[in-house]
Design a protein around this ligand. Structure first.
Ligand code: EPZ
Length: 430
C-alpha cells in the first residue's frame, strides 16, 4: 500500500509550477464529447480523476488520443453508447457531467450514480431539477441515473442552492437545447467561466458565466476547438498554505492571482507577506502566525476545498481561531488525525475551534479525502519527527506529482510502498 513518509521541520523554499484545474478539466472533457469533430484540450492535470473520466469517455466509443501527459485529442464522432457504467466511474463525482453532455447531444443518457462521498451527502436534486426544467425525464434505477427527452427546450431555472456541479451540468445540456435558458443563482467559480469559454469556443452561445445569472441561447450543433484549461486555484492555494505553515518562501507560478484573492486575504491576515505578479504569487511566511476566523462560502468567498489547509495552518498559530464549514456537512473528519499529532481542535457542528499549539509531532495517520489528505501532508511538513500518511490514493485524485513538487521546494517527503522503503527513507534522512 502506498504511503507518504515525511520528516517535518524544513521551511519550503523555491518555485512551484501549478497544473491545470482538475475541476474545470473534468467538465471540459465532458463538453468535448458534445461534437463529432475533434477537440484538443491542453493544460490537463495528469491526476487520477481525469484519467478515470478519459477512460469512461473511451468506453462509450469516443476516440481519446493522449498527445502527451497534459494534452488530449477527443473525437466524439464514434460514440456508440449513452450508457456510462465503467467500473471506476462511480468513484468520481464529476461522472455526472457526462449526463449533461450526453443529454444535450443525444437527448438521452444513463450514468452510474456517483457513490458515497467522504465529505457529505452531496445530493444531486438541483441537477435533476435543471434537466427536468429543460423537458427531460429523469429516473434513478439500479444505481443509474437515466434521463431522456424528445426535445430539450430552454427554460428559466432558479437554483435553490449555489451548486458548481448543477450549474455546469445544466449549462452543458442547455447549450444544445432549443431557445433560451436562464440559470439564476448560478455558481460563479472560475471553472464555471472556463467551461463556458470552452463551450463558446465550440460555437455555444453562453453569456454571464462568472455572475449569478447565466444566459444560454441554444445552438444546433457544436464544432471542434483547441482549448487550454485554467490553472488550479486549489492546488495553488495548497502550496501557498504549505509555504505559510512551514515559515517558507515560495513563488507559486502559473496562477491567476484574481482567483486566489480569498486565500491571499487570509494569508495576509495571519501575518504572511504576499507579492503578486501577473501570473505568480509569492508567499513569505513568518515565525509565528496570527489567529483568524473564516467561513467557507461559494466563490468569491473562501473555498471549502481550502478549509483543511487553513485549519492545519491555524493549528500552529497564536491564539484561538474559528473555522466554519458552510458547504459540506462532514468535512472535519481529518481533525481526529490532527489531534494525534498534538493539535488542539474542538469541532462543534460545522465549526472548528482551534487553539494554536507551539508544535505538532509526527504520527501515523490516514488521508480521509483529497483536500484533507493534502492538508495532512502540510501537517507532516511542519511536525517534529516522522509522519506516515496512509490512503494517499485520495491525494493522487487531484494533485499531480505532489511529492515531487514538494521535494523540489526542500521538503523531506517520499512515496513508499513497503516498510523496507520507509526504513530506507528514515535512514537516509536521519
Ligand atoms: C464541486 O463539487 C467540486 N467538485 C468540489 O471539489 C467542491 O468542493 C465543490 O464544488 C464546492 O466548491 C468538482 O468540481 C468535481 P456543489 P460539487 O454542487 O459540484 C449542495 C474537490 O476536492 N447541493 O457546488 O459536487 C451540496 O450538498 C471536490 O476537488 C445540493 O444540495 O459541489 C453542497 O452543500 C470536493 N443539491 C453545496 O450544494 C445539488 O443538486 C455545493 O455543492 C447539488 C449540490
Amino acid at each position: 500500500m502506498e504511503q507518504y513518509i515525511i520528516k517535518g521541520g524544513t521551511p519550503l523554499n523555491g518555485e512551484v509550477e501549478i497544473s491545470g484545474a482538475k475541476n474545470a478539466a473534468l467538465a471540459i472533457l465532458a463538453a468535448a464529447i458534445m461534437t463529432d469533430e475533434t477537440v484538443t484540450i491542453d493544460n490537463l492535470p495528469d491526476v487520477r480523476d481525469i484519467n478515470v473520466l478519459l477512460k469512461a469517455i473511451e468506453e462509450i466509443g469516443a476516440v481519446v488520443n493522449r498527445v502527451d501527459r497534459h494534452c488530449v485529442k477527443i473525437n466524439g464522432g464514434t460514440i456508440n453508447s449513452v450508457v456510462v457504467d465503467y467500473e471506476h466511474i462511480k468513484k468520481i463525482r464529476a461522472s455526472y457531467y457526462l449526463l449533461g453532455a450526453l443529454l444535450g447531444r443525444f437527448k438521452k443518457a444513463e450514468v452510474a450514480l456517483p457513490g458515497g462521498c467522504e465529505i457529505g451527502t452531496r445530493p444531486i436534486d438541483q441537477h435533476i431539477k435543471g434537466f427536468k426544467a429543460l423537458g427531460a425525464d429523469v429516473l434513478i434505477e439500479h444505481g443509474m441515473i437515466k434521463t431522456n427527452a424528445d426535445e430539450l427546450e430552454g427554460n428559466h431555472i432558479y437554483m435553490d442552492v449555489v451548486s458548481v456541479g448543477a450549474t455546469i451540468n445544466v449549462m452543458l445540456a442547455a447549450t444544445l437545447a432549443t431557445g433560451k435558458t436562464i440559470i439564476e443563482n448560478a455558481a460563479k467559480e472560475p471553472h464555471i467561466v472556463d467551461v463556458a469559454n470552452m463551450l463558446n469556443s465550440m460555437g455555444a452561445n453562453i453569456k454571464g458565466a462568472g455572475t449569478d445569472v447565466i444566459r444560454i441561447r441554444g445552438v444546433e450543433k457544436l464544432h471542434k476547438t483547441e482549448y487550454s484549461v485554467i490553472p488550479d486555484q486549489i492546488e495553488a492555494g495548497t502550496f501557498m498554505f504549505a509555504a505559510a505553515a512551514t515559515n517558507g518562501n515560495v513563488l507559486v507560478k502559473n496562477v491567476i492571482p484574481k482567483h486566489l484573492e480569498a486565500i491571499t486575504a487570509k494569508l495576509l491576515e495571519i501575518g504572511c507577506a504576499i507579492e503578486e505578479y501577473d501570473d505568480a504569487v509569492r508567499v513569505i511566511g513568518v515565525e509565528k502566525l496570527n489567529n483568524t476566523q473564516v467561513k467557507t462560502l461559494p466563490y468569491p468567498g473562501y473555498p471549502t476545498d481550502m478549509q483543511p489547509q487553513i485549519v492545519v495552518t491555524l493549528a500552529i498559530a497564536t491564539g484561538t481561531s474559528i473555522v466554519t464549514e458552510s458547504i459540506f456537512e462532514n468535512r472535519f473528519k481529518y481533525v481526529a488525525e490532527l489531534a494525534r499529532m498534538g493539535a488542539n481542535i474542538k469541532v462543534e457542528g460545522n465549526t472548528a475551534i482551534i487553539d494554536g499549539v507551539n508544535q505538532l509531532t509526527g504520527a501515523q495517520i490516514s488521508a480521509p479525502d483529497l483536500r484533507a489528505g493534502a492538508a495532512l501532508v502540510i501537517a507532516g511538513l511542519v511536525a517534529k519527527g516522522f509522519t506516515t500518511i496512509d490512503d494517499i490514493k485520495y491525494i493522487h485524485r487531484g494533485y499531480e506529482n505532489f511529492e515531487v513538487k514538494l521535494r523540489a521546494l526542500g521538503a523531506n517527503i517520499e512515496k513508499v510502498n513497503s516498510e523496507k522503503e520507509a526504513m530506507t527513507f528514515k535512514l537516509k534522512i536521519g
